[in-house]
Write a protein that binds this ligand. Structure first.
Ligand SMILES: [Zn+2]
Length: 155
């Protein structure tokens, strides 16, 4: 019993630490976007916020959602707003793909637009759903069911 309690306490500590980091990252991302949208002259400040957010994530191993990660330039850390700091083009060469170009440093990002293409993170979630229910703890099961009401019917 003592061991289980310790493990639970450790988990709660870890999730609390991560929650704080995620809150901070969320704030920095929003600040970065707001500052840029208010006045494009603030690009340097916006970059600083985005860079700070990225470094927090790297230090505490907090992964960014792909939808957020795709809006930050890998090289200069500026927020990629179409028409303001980036251009978006659809290219038909090879497989059809999307090219996002950072207007400040010229770095390209290429994204697959294939119909059945799945991100790695989405694939991992699919695998998690297929695991037998006995492997989750009680709390995790509840949150899973809340997020996916249809999960119970499938299995
Ligand atoms: Zn850039």
């Amino acid at each position: 019993m003592g061991n289980k309690r310790k493990i639970k306490e450790r988990r709660e500590e870890k999730s609390l630490a991560n929650r704080e980091a995620y809150t901070r990252m969320n704030f920095l991302y929003q600040a970065s976007q707001t500052v840029l949208m208010e006045n494009p002259v603030n690009l340097e400040l916006s970059r600083f916020y985005a860079f700070t957010m990225k470094s927090i994530g790297q230090k505490l191993l907090c992964k960014m959602d792909p939808s957020i990660k795709r809006t930050i330039c890998k090289y200069c850390h500026s927020i990629l707003v179409p028409g303001l700091t980036s251009t978006i083009r659809v290219k038909a060469k090879r497989e059809r793909h999307l090219v996002v170009t950072c207007l400040d440093c010229g770095t390209l990002k290429r994204f697959n637009t294939c119909k059945n293409y799945q991100l790695w993170s989405e694939q991992q979630q699919a695998e998690m759903k297929q695991q037998p229910e006995g492997q989750y703890s009680g709390q995790e099961q509840k949150t899973q069911q809340n997020k996916n009401p249809g999960l119970k019917h499938r299995s």
